[in-house]
Design a protein around this ligand. Sequence first.
Ligand code: GUN
Length: 281
Amino acid sequence: MIIIDGKKTAADLRLNLKTEVDNLKKKFNKVPGLTVILIGEYAPSKIYVRNKEKSAEEIGLKSEIVKYPKTVDEKTVLEKIYELNQDDTVSGILVQLPLPKHIDNKKVIDAINPRKDVDGFHPNNVGNLSSGYKSSIPCTPLGCYLLIKNIEPNLSGKKAVVLGRSNLNGKPMTQLLLKENCTVTITHSKTKNLKEECLKADILVVAVGIPKLVKGDWVKKGTIVIDVGINKTDKGIVGDVDFDEVSKSAKAITPVPGGVGPMTIACLLKNTIECFKRSLV
Ligand code: GUN
C-alpha cells in the first residue's frame, strides 16, 4: 500500500516551477504576478491566502493580496477586478471564496478576465474544459489528477467514482478523468446505495465535507483513493475517508493532512505561470 506523499510531490512541482520562473525572467525580463482578493476575516481563508502568498514568493512570482472588510460593497470589488484585468503586471486573479452573502459569486467570477482566471471558475474555462479545449483547470482537481497519474499513468478504461458534485472539485474532476478515458460515475448527497457505487471504483475521489464517511468496506482491493476533505473535529483534522480502515484495502491513499492540500497551492502557482505564458502570445 502506498501512502501518497502530497507534500513531497508538491515540493517537487514547486521546484520545477521555480526553474521555469527563473527562465521566463531571463528571457522576458518580467515575472508572472498573482493577485488574491480576500474579503472579511474568515479564518481558514486567511490561512489559505497567507500560504498562497508564501509559496508564490518562494518560487519568484510577484504576489499581491488585496484585502477588504466583510462589509465592502459588490461594486468596489467588481471595479477592482476590472482594474486588475487591465494591469499587465497581473497574470492571475483569484477571489478567495466563500464571499459574504451580499456579494454575488457569479457576478464576481464572471467579471474576471478568463485569461487571468487561475481558479478555472469562469464559465469560459468551465466550458472549454468540458469541450476538451485548452483552459485553466481548477487547482484542487488538477492536484488530485496529478497525484493519480503519478500512481497510474494509464487510466484508460478504469472505473472512477467521484463523491461530491461541486463546481470547485467534483464536476471538473469528472471532466479530467473522462479525458483520460475513465468510465466516470459522479455521486452526491441524493445518490442511492453510495457504498455499492464506491465498491465499483478503481479510482475513488472524495470531496463531500463529511468526516470519515468512506469506510473500509466501501472500497475494494487495489483502489486508488484520493481524499479532498479537510474536517476539523475534536480529534484534530480528518478527511472524508476513514484512513485507518480504508488503507487496509487501498492500493494507494492520500493522507489528511499532507495529501491533496499541498498540491492545490502548487497547482495555483502552475496556473499562474500558464496564464503568464498565454499572455505572451
Ligand atoms: N476557497 C476554498 N478553496 C478555494 C479555491 O480553490 N479557490 C478560491 N478562489 N477560493 C477557495
